[in-house]
Design a protein around this ligand. Sequence first.
Ligand SMILES: *[C@@H]1O[C@H](CO)[C@@H](O)[C@H](O)[C@H]1NC(C)=O
Ligand SMILES: *[C@@H]1O[C@H](CO)[C@@H](O)[C@H](O)[C@H]1NC(C)=O
Ligand SMILES: *[C@@H]1O[C@H](CO)[C@@H](O)[C@H](O)[C@H]1NC(C)=O
Ligand SMILES: *[C@@H]1O[C@H](CO)[C@@H](O)[C@H](O)[C@H]1NC(C)=O
Length: 500
Amino acid sequence: MHVKALCTLVTSAVFFELALAKDSRTFAVNHFYGNGPLTMGRMDPIMNPGEAASHSHAIQGGSNFNLTMTDDALLDSNCTSSLVDADKSNYWTPSLYFQADNGSFLSVPMFYMNVYYFFEPTDDEIKAFPVGLRMFIGNSSLRTPPPGGAANVLDTNQGTIQPVQFTCPRSSYDVPSYPPDSDGLHGVGIQDPNNAGAGAGFPDMNCDGYASPLRADIHFPSCYNPEAGLDDYKTNMVFPSSKGTTGGKANCPQGWIHVPHIFYEVYWNTPLFADMWTQGTGSQPFILSNGDRTGYSLHGDFIAGWDESVLQKIIDNCDAGDSGMDKCADAGFINDASTTCNIPNLVPEQIDGVLEKLPGNNPPTGWGQEAEAATQNAAATQETTATQEASATQETTAPQEAVATQETTATQEAAATPETTTTQEAPATQETTAPQEAVATSETTATQETAATQYTTTTQYTTTTQEAATQETTATQDTERHIHEHWRQHLREHLHGNHA
Ligand SMILES: *[C@@H]1O[C@H](CO)[C@@H](O)[C@H](O)[C@H]1NC(C)=O
Ligand SMILES: *[C@@H]1O[C@H](CO)[C@@H](O)[C@H](O)[C@H]1NC(C)=O
Ligand SMILES: *[C@@H]1O[C@H](CO)[C@@H](O)[C@H](O)[C@H]1NC(C)=O
Ligand SMILES: *[C@@H]1O[C@H](CO)[C@@H](O)[C@H](O)[C@H]1NC(C)=O
């Protein structure tokens, strides 16, 4: 009611953005349902429209996801893997593989994904994502650690933006997840100085926290420049700035639109492979689908397909937090979590199981292995089969790659059966682990006390600043200990499905 009264007032006010200023954080977690993600495969309508993408992704959201998409295509989706039916957006990230000692690549099943929608303190008015907005964050070419260190930086007033991390929940951090002296260049990443559970690049320890495999964490910017437009993903978004603000607020540049800050948590079933590698030796076996052994190239993509009026009501009125956006009073129709929404891989090829090459033949790179990669790939003219009607020439993003051109041969074949059953391969070991299992302390550096206090749900999101007072919060431990109930429920279902 308060907000509505305010709205009435401000329609006649000049400085309506100020009038709708937000003093404290609210948020709601967008949960997904169904058998695995919406789809997986070498599809990326933002980076590689109309052709096979350079590497494989795990994709969530609206079923009209396609190799080429018009701005409003998602709205007509038959279904969405988001519980909130009004959300037909697509969310995607690179998929993960395990490289065995003999060189084979084994697909790591995606376990679950959450997308946090944060509505944060600001003098701006926070608006729903415009339909068709394309966002990209991260850098698929990176094989070196973030220049400013492993801690997240999400405020342009606090230095170079550092939007991606891995979280590795463990039963104990007595042996750190990253060697303390790691320079991040020789086989293992570097730890977040503020959080023992997280770091930049892959850790060299197995993630054995209760029901908590390795997690990719990706923060998106929340300032949209309407002059750049919906499609110009390279320039249309920036992170907000705390410069000149008080009370921990962060604002967008003049004339830009402040949209929700979204944060992907992508859980990979790495415990399945725990017995196949030796921990703590300064190297690790996981590799992103683009061939990155380091993890520094972690990135995320988004295309908005929201019913804007529903999202606006959630922004204005809902603080459901971790219990989920599907609990928001104004969320509209909620999908039946016992059903599923999947589409085929539109670039049919084997992406699961044991592979001799990564899909797209991306050579392993990173940790100084670029030279090896270049040699391996020197002769690589490679044929893949795709559903696309035309041949496509495609550039891979691996650095120093000698030959970056791949031929994609089109066929008219119907798309293959979607690869949707992998998430059911939950390891039995997780079933026997006590839910109360303690997880070692992690620390969060928060800009303001209010933010840190209100933020009691997610491990990774910190309003970290270099200058900020260091503050330990129990919020992060809570997250590790009390794994999101919804996700745990999924895990149980998967386990029971698998062992029935
Ligand atoms: C995806 O694009 C293809 C080619 O343009 C089209 O035939 C197909 O109907 C599209 N799929 C959806 C779900 O829109
Ligand atoms: C969407 O639903 C329509 C009508 O039921 C159906 O004809 C169409 O094939 C569906 N499209 C997809 C991609 O499932
Ligand atoms: C390599 O090792 C993996 C893991 O043990 C196994 O699944 C795969 O079949 C092996 N590949 C070859 C070519 O032997
Ligand atoms: C991505 O990283 C590569 C390798 O460090 C760098 O050359 C390139 O400029 C980066 N791209 C962007 C958009 O920052």
